[in-house]
Design a protein around this ligand. Structure first.
Ligand code: ADP
Length: 735
C-alpha cells in the first residue's frame, strides 16, 4: 500500500513545485532556493535520496538565513518526503510537522493544504491512525477551497475517501467520492483514475449494486494495465478479489488475488534494491539530520536572541513610555506650578491690598484712639483740677465725703476712659504699671465711699476688713488697683439686694520686701451659674438676666482679669446661684521703707522749695489756664498765661522766664512749632510739654522741636514741680 501513497505524493510534489516555481518571488536568493528544492525533489523521485537530502540541507540553510518561512516549510517537506520514501515514517511525520509549523506562519494556503494532506497519508495509511489522519485531510480540504489549483483538492478527496472506505465508513466517504466523480468529469486526470474507479467499485460492492461494482473494478483494472501502473493495478485486483469473494465467485477471486500477489512481489523486488542502499543512506542521513538539527538549534538560538532583542526593544519601549509619562507629568506639574504661582501672586497681591487696608484701618484706629483720649482727657482734666481747687479754696469742704467722692470718681473715670481706650494696647502688652506709694485701706475706703450711692440704692452694706499687719505704704499702681476694686465691688453691689459686700485683705506671705496680699470681694447676691463662670471674664460678655435690669458693658471683668495679669496675678471665682459670689486674687506688693521715706521726703523738699520761679503758661483752653495757673501759684511761683504760640513768642522777646509750660494742641500755631521758633530765636528756657496726648505718641516730635520734658494732663502737681525744679537746676548749672 505504501507505494500507492508514494505515487500520489510524487505527483503532488510535482504540482507543488511547479506552482511554487511559478509563484516564486522576484528575489534571486529565493529563486535559487526554489531551484534547489526542485532539484532535490527530482533526485528524491529518482531514488537518489542521499543527494536529495544533501541539496535540501543547503537549501534549508539558505532559507533559514533569509528567514523565509515558506521556503523553510518547503525544504522540510522535501526532507519528510525523502524519509517517507525510505519508509522511516516516524521521521517523515516529524519533518512534516516541522514543515507545517513554518507553513502555518505564512499565508500560503497551497503549502498548508499539501502538508496537511501528506500528514493525513502518514497517519491513515502508515500509522493506521485513521481518525487523526482524517482530521489532517479535513484541514487540507479547508485550505484547498482558497487555492486556484483544484487538482490538489481532488487528491485529498481521493485519499480521504479511501481512508473512510478502509475503516468501513462508506457513507462518509461517498460525499468525497461524489466530488471526485464530478471533478473527474471536468478535469480528466490519469494519475487518479485507477484508484477512483476502484473506489467506485468498493462503494457499489458495499451498497450491493454488484453490476455497477463489477463494471468499475474491471474498468480500473483495464486502465491500470494500460498505464502499467503496478501499484494502482495491484490494489484494484486486491479490492476486486474481495468483491468476488463476497459474490462467491471463488475462482475469479483467487485469480485476482494471485495477480495482486504477483504484482506486489515484482514491486517488492524493486524496493529491495532501493532498500539495499537504505542502510548506508540512513547512516548518511543521520549525519544530515544532525546537521539539520544544528541548523535548527542555530535557528533556535537566533530565535532566542531575536526574542531577547525583542524583549530589549519591549523594555526600551516601556522605559520610553514611562519616561514619556514622567515627562508628561513634569509638564503638567510645571503648568500646575505656574498656575498656582500665578494664583499665589494674585493672592499675594490681594493680601498686600488687604494688608494695606488693614494698616490704613489700624492707622485710623490709632488716630481715633488718640483723638478720643485727648478729647476726653481735656474735660476730665477740668473736672479733676476744679475739684482740687474747690477743696483747696474751701478748706471747710475738705472733709466733705461728696466732694471727695467727686474727686475720686473723676479720677477713676479718667483712668477708666484711658483703660477702655487702651484695651487694645493691653492686648499688645503696652501698658506698664506705675510705681506709686499708696495706702491700701485709704484706697479701699475711697472706693467704698465712691460706690456708696449704688450701695444705698440696692440697700447693701459694704464692709472692709484689712489685715492690720499690712504696712502703711506699699508701692504699686494705685489707679489700676482701684480700677480692679471699682469693677468688682460695683458688680457685687449691682447683683446683690439687701445684702452685704465684704472686701477682705489678708497678708499671707512676706519675703524680703515683697508682701503677698490676698484679696477677696464677696457678696451674698444672686450668684453665677456654674456654666457661666468661665465666660464672664471674656470681653463684652454679660450673662443674660432678663428679670434684672442693670447697666454695664461686659468689659468690667475682662479689664479686671487683664489688669491682674499685669500685676502678675490671676483671678478665681466661687459662686452658687442664689447664695452669692466671691472673687479672689493675690498680689505681691513691694514695701521698701527707705524708698517710701525718700518719696515722702522728696515731696517735702519740692513743696517747700524756697525759691520763686517765673513760669510762662502757653494754653488756649480757659479752664486749663485757670487750673494750671492756680496749681503753679499755689507753690508760690509767679505765673504769666498766654493763649497761643504767637503771644508766647512775643512775650519772650521782652521777658525772661525760668520755665515754659507749653500746651501742644493749640489753634494757629501748635506747641511743637512754637517751641521750634523759640529755640530759633536763641532762647534756651526749659520747655515742658503739658499735654493730654499719650506721652509715647509725642516724645519724638517734642524732643525734635527742642522741648525738654513732657507731662500728661491731668498731672500730679508734685510731679510737675519735681520736673520744673530739676530742669531749672540743670539749666542753671549749665550756665
Ligand atoms: P458688666 O458688669 O458690665 O455686665 P462684667 O464683665 O463686669 O460686665 O461682668 C460680666 C457678667 O458677670 C455680668 O453681666 C454678670 O452677669 C456676672 N457677674 C459679675 N459679677 C457678679 C456678681 N458679683 N454676682 C453675680 N453676677 C456677677
Amino acid at each position: 500500500m505504501a507505494f500507492t501513497r508514494i505515487v500520489i505524493l510524487v505527483t503532488l510534489l510535482l504540482n507543488f513545485l511547479g506552482s511554487t516555481l511559478l509563484g516564486q518571488t522576484q528575489s534571486s536568493t529565493k529563486k535559487d532556493i526554489d531551484k534547489l528544492i526542485y532539484k532535490a525533489s527530482k533526485l528524491r523521485e529518482s531514488g537518489n535520496f542521499e543527494k536529495s537530502l544533501l541539496i535540501t540541507r543547503i537549501a534549508l540553510r539558505k532559507a533559514i538565513f533569509i528567514k523565509n518561512n515558506e521556503l523553510i516549510a518547503k525544504n522540510y517537506n522535501v526532507v519528510a518526503s525523502n524519509y517517507n520514501e525510505l519508509m522511516e515514517f516516524d521521521k517523515a511525520i516529524f519533518y512534516y510537522n516541522k514543515a507545517l509549523i513554518f507553513a502555518n506562519l505564512t499565508s500560503n494556503d497551497s503549502i498548508k493544504e499539501r502538508i496537511n494532506n501528506n500528514l493525513g497519508n502518514m497517519y491513515c495509511f502508515e500509522k493506521k491512525k485513521y481518525e487523526k489522519g482524517i482530521e489532517f485531510y479535513k484541514k487540507a480540504l479547508e485550505y484547498s477551497k482558497a487555492i486556484p489549483d483544484s487538482s490538489q483538492m481532488a487528491l485529498t478527496n481521493l485519499n480521504i475517501t479511501w481512508a473512510y472506505f478502509d475503516i468501513g465508513r462508506f457513507r462518509n466517504g461517498k460525499y468525497n467520492l461524489d466530488f471526485l466523480n464530478r471533478f473527474h468529469n471536468k478535469h480528466e486526470d490519469s494519475s487518479t483514475i485507477v484508484i477512483r474507479k476502484m473506489l467506485n467499485g468498493m462503494y457499489y460492492s458495499y451498497s450491493k449494486e454488484n453490476d455497477k461494482a463489477d463494471k468499475y473494478f474491471l474498468e480500473a483494472i483495464k486502465i491500470g494495465q494500460e498505464q502499467n501502473n503496478k501499484s494502482d493495478l495491484s490494489y484494484a485486483h486486491l479490492e476486486y478479489s474481495k468483491f468476488l469473494l463476497k459474490q462467491k465467485a471463488y475462482k475469479e477471486a483467487y485469480e485476482n488475488l494471485s495477480l495482486y500477489n504477483r504484482l506486489t512481489e515484482e514491486m517488492f523486488a524493486e524496493v529491495k534494491s532501493v532498500k539495499a542502499n537504505i542502510a548506508g543512506v540512513n547512516f548518511e542521513l543521520d549525519e544530515y539530520k544532525r546537521a539539520i538539527d544544528k541548523i535548527e538549534s542555530e535557528k533556535y538560538l537566533q530565535y532566542k536572541s531575536l526574542k531577547k532583542s525583542r524583549l530589549i526593544v519591549l523594555l526600551f519601549v516601556i522605559v520610553l513610555f514611562v519616561l514619556l509619562l514622567f515627562l508628561n507629568s513634569l509638564i503638567k506639574n510645571n503648568k500646575y506650578r505656574r498656575k498656582s504661582n500665578l494664583d499665589l501672586m494674585h493672592a499675594n497681591k490681594e493680601l498686600i491690598i488687604a494688608n494695606k487696608k488693614a494698616e490704613e484701618l489700624s492707622h485710623l484706629k490709632t488716630q481715633f484712639v488718640s483723638t478720643i483720649s485727648h478729647e476726653l482727657r481735656t474735660p476730665l482734666y477740668g473736672v479733676v483740677g476744679i475739684t482740687d481747687l474747690l477743696l483747696e479754696e474751701h478748706q471747710e469742704l475738705a472733709t466733705s465725703p461728696h466732694l471727695n467722692s467727686l474727686k475720686f470718681s473723676a479720677r477713676y473715670l479718667l483712668s477708666l476712659v484711658n483703660d477702655i481706650l487702651q484695651i487694645n494696647k493691653m492686648d499688645e502688652n503696652k501698658i506698664v504699671l506705675e510705681r506709686l506709694t499708696f495706702n491700701i485701706l485709704d484706697e479701699l475706703n475711697m472706693i467704698k465711699n465712691s460706690l456708696s450711692f449704688i450701695a444705698q440704692k440696692n440697700k447693701n452694706t459694704i464692709y472692709i476688713d484689712v489685715d492690720p499687719t499690712i504696712p502703711e505704704s506699699l508701692i504699686g499702681d494705685k489707679l489700676r488697683f482701684a480700677q480692679i476694686f471699682m469693677n468688682l465691688v460695683s458688680n457685687a453691689l449691682k447683683f446683690t439686694n439687701n445684702g452685704e459686700v465684704w472686701i477682705v485683705v489678708k497678708q499671707t506671705k512676706i519675703k524680703g520686701n515683697i508682701h503677698t496680699l490676698e484679696f477677696s470681694v464677696e457678696d451674698n447676691g444672686i450668684g453665677i451659674a456654674p456654666i457661666d463662670k468661665d465666660k464672664i471674664f471674656d470681653k463684652f460678655v454679660q450673662v443674660g438676666r432678663k428679670e434684672i435690669d442693670y447697666q454695664g458693658t461686659g468689659l468690667g471683668l475682662s479689664i479686671v482679669k487683664r489688669l491682674l495679669e499685669l500685676f502678675g496675678s490671676t483671678i478665681s471665682v466661687e459662686s452658687e446661684l442664689g447664695k452669692g459670689t466671691v472673687f479672689r486674687f493675690a498680689i505681691d506688693f513691694e514695701y521698701d521703707k527707705v524708698k517710701a521715706t525718700e518719696i515722702i521726703n522728696d515731696i517735702d523738699i519740692n513743696l517747700t522749695f524756697g525759691q520763686t520761679f517765673n513760669v510762662l503758661i502757653v494754653e488756649d483752653n480757659l479752664i486749663n489756664q485757670v487750673i494750671t495757673k492756680k496749681t503753679i501759684e499755689r507753690n508760690n511761683y509767679s505765673c504769666t498765661v498766654v493763649e497761643d504760640g504767637y503771644a508766647a513768642l512775643e512775650i519772650l522777646n521782652t521777658e525772661v522766664f525760668d520755665v515754659i509750660l507749653m500746651d501742644i494742641n493749640m489753634p494757629l500755631i501748635n506747641g511743637f512749632e512754637t517751641s521750634r521758633r523759640i529755640r530759633q530765636n536763641g532762647i534756651e528756657t526749659p520747655i515742658i510739654a503739658l499735654t493730654a496726648f499719650d506721652k509715647n505718641e509725642i516724645t519724638e516730635e517734642a524732643i525734635a522741636a527742642g522741648m525738654n520734658d513732657i507731662i500728661v494732663k491731668p498731672f500730679e502737681p508734685l510731679q510737675l514741680f519735681k520736673i520744673i525744679n530739676c530742669l531749672i537746676q540743670n539749666a542753671k548749672s549749665v550756665v
